[in-house]
Design a protein around this ligand. Structure first.
Ligand code: APR
Length: 257
């Protein structure tokens, strides 16, 4: 057990993990794959719904043309997500938040599984399927209680039209979220990039900013990505299997001291 564990996690990473003060983790759909959440890309395929590629149904253009269809898509996704649980990768990341002086979790995921695992102060770059936002007064409502949103819901504050509070293709990120993530990336010691194909910007710029500022960057993904070349280490495998390993190797090491 110890020999195998050690080989996946390098001496360098163990040492840096043990002494890190400021850690940033960027996650993508791959961190939720072992919970049963389909990824969008990876393994050479892209997700399709009712014959529409996901980046069509999940686009600002579609929202402008056919808001009820976009709500139907997010009703479907919430229906799937409602039955799913966080996996050991989410749980490891949640534990890490109390391990370092400064810990920043940045996610591209809208599935809410980091919160479900106990992560706090998650920077949700792309919003959440569990919220709706008013197109008129911008107030938000929580959708956890509502099984399925019939048609297009109205705002309880101003009566305006509500939309899913998710950043759709062709849309800007909510003001300030990227800047906040970039600020912590600029000062971190360690940056983990977990389960993202790193093709969507500005999210994929976070590890680039961390690397340029001198951080040690570790990618966790069963496949190489466009970011792999700038990473100090690429741990090729599943996040749910690798992330807990990183922790326990440090614990084993420390227990020997
Ligand atoms: N552990 C780690 N990584 C995994 C696992 C796993 N168990 N399973 C798959 N992966 C990797 C895949 O190899 C792929 O590189 O996760 C990545 C998932 O990539 P995408 O589906 O492209 O997801 P993501 O990078 O989060 O997409 C970015 O694009 O679709 C939009 O807004 C959406 O937030 C999303 C953004």
């Amino acid at each position: 057990m110890q020999a195998a564990t050690k080989s996946v996690v390098s001496e360098e990473l163990r040492a840096r993990f043990a002494r890190a003060k400021n850690v940033v983790v960027l996650t993508g759909a791959g961190v939720s794959a072992e919970s049963g959440v389909p990824t969008f890309r990876g393994a050479g395929k892209t997700a399709v719904w009712k014959g529409m590629p996901f980046d069509v149904i999940s686009s600002g253009a579609k929202l402008d043309r056919d808001l009820p269809a976009v709500w139907e898509w997010f009703n479907y996704r919430r229906g799937v997500l409602r039955t799913l649980k966080p996996n050991p990768a989410h749980e490891a990341i949640a534990r890490w938040q109390d391990r370092f002086e400064r810990f920043t979790l940045v996610t591209q995921n809208v599935d809410g599984l980091h919160h479900a695992a106990g992560s706090r102060n998650v920077i949700e770059l792309h919003g959440s399927v569990w919220r709706a936002r008013c197109l008129t007064c911008n107030s938000r409502s929580d959708l956890r209680a509502s099984e399925v949103v019939a048609g297009v819901p109205s705002c309880l504050d101003c009566g305006g039209v509500m939309r899913p509070d998710v950043v759709l293709f062709g849309e800007m990120l909510p003001r300030g979220v990227f800047e906040q993530a970039a600020m912590w990336a600029e000062s971190c010691d360690l940056c983990f990039v977990v389960g993202t194909s790193a093709v969507v910007y500005p999210a994929a710029a976070i590890p680039e900013i961390a690397r340029a500022a001198g951080a040690y960057v570790i990618e966790v993904n069963p496949e190489r990505t466009p970011l792999s070349n700038i990473c100090d280490e690429t741990l090729m495998g599943k996040a749910g299997e690798i992330l807990p390993l990183i922790e326990c190797t440090v614990v084993i090491e420390n227990s020997k001291d």
